[in-house]
Design a protein around this ligand. Structure first.
Ligand SMILES: Nc1ncnc2c1ncn2[C@@H]1O[C@H](COP(=O)(O)OP(=O)(O)OP(=O)(O)O)[C@@H](O)[C@H]1O
Length: 243
């Protein structure tokens, strides 16, 4: 079935999402009751690019990430992933979309506390049908690549904050995602550890051929991405190269 060109309910802009972009959104609107968190946002994410989304607290950064990643359905607007319309999927299909095509790194809490690092990393691969043996082998490879050899059996509580975020990066990349979404991935870390995690996140994401969408309020963290957009009151107020 060929994808629809236009959104069923167009947002404030009339342009359809760019077909050439890996991920493209047009006219995204998201309301929570009387609060308009996104007021008609257009975003393109190119193949393999790293894009920072900056802005003050409450500006709509996380809401934008959640809508782009299919965690939340937008109220209006259209989103295409590799040219395919993913705007109007139901929760079950959005869940499958996230599992198959996206990886996630959050500030903290995405690792399951009761599972050792290698099982945390292996889990997304198993959810996509890999056998336990295959998923565990791949998880160990990823943990080795991220400098965590010897720590495969440790639970998240037995890892430092920076080590736990490396596990989260491995977990995000094990399924070979198209796009990695990171929301304040260094928010719980000191500056030096945050720097280390950003280096690993940007390098491994690029090497894996995934695009990266990074939400942060921190200018130094945003600077790891070549391009950035700034959100204020649910609008994009600037677009350009990071410093
Ligand atoms: N689930 C929700 N229910 C009600 N209002 C919400 C919800 N999520 C976000 N909002 C509101 O939407 C607006 C944008 O919130 P959002 O979390 O996207 O901002 P943010 O830029 O990521 O902020 P921060 O940097 O503090 O995390 C805010 O006014 C917020 O209060």
């Amino acid at each position: 079935m060929s994808p629809r060109i236009l959104p069923s309910r167009p947002g404030p802009t009339s342009q359809p999402p760019a077909v050439h972009a890996r991920l493209a959104a047009r006219g995204l609107v998201k309301r929570f009751g009387t609060t308009t968190a996104l007021a008609g946002v257009d975003v393109d994410v190119a193949d393999g690019e790293a894009l920072a989304v900056t802005g003050p607290s409450g500006s709509g950064k996380s809401t934008l990430l959640h809508c782009l990643a299919g965690i939340l359905p937008a109220d209006e607007g259209a989103i295409r992933l590799r040219g395919q319309d993913v705007s109007r999927l139901n929760e079950a299909k959005r869940s499958l979309l996230r599992r198959k095509h996206y990886g996630f790194v959050f500030q903290f809490g995405q690792l399951l506390a009761e599972l050792p690092a290698e099982e945390n990393v292996a889990l997304p691969a198993m959810l996509l049908g890999a056998s336990r043996d295959d998923a565990t082998r791949r998880a160990r490879e990823w943990l080795g690549r991220l400098g965590l050899s010897g720590m495969e059996g440790r639970r998240p509580g037995e890892l430092s904050g920076g080590q736990a975020q490396r596990v989260a990066v491995a977990r995000a990349l094990i399924t070979g995602p198209s796009v990695v979404f990171a929301d304040e991935p260094t928010g719980a870390l000191d500056q030096a550890t945050g720097h280390e995690v950003m280096q690993i996140l940007t390098e491994t994401t690029r090497a894996a051929g995934a695009s990266l969408v990074l939400v942060t309020h921190d200018e130094d963290v945003a600077a790891w991405c070549p391009r950035r957009i700034e959100v204020r009151d649910g609008h994009i107020v600037s677009r350009g190269a990071s410093r």
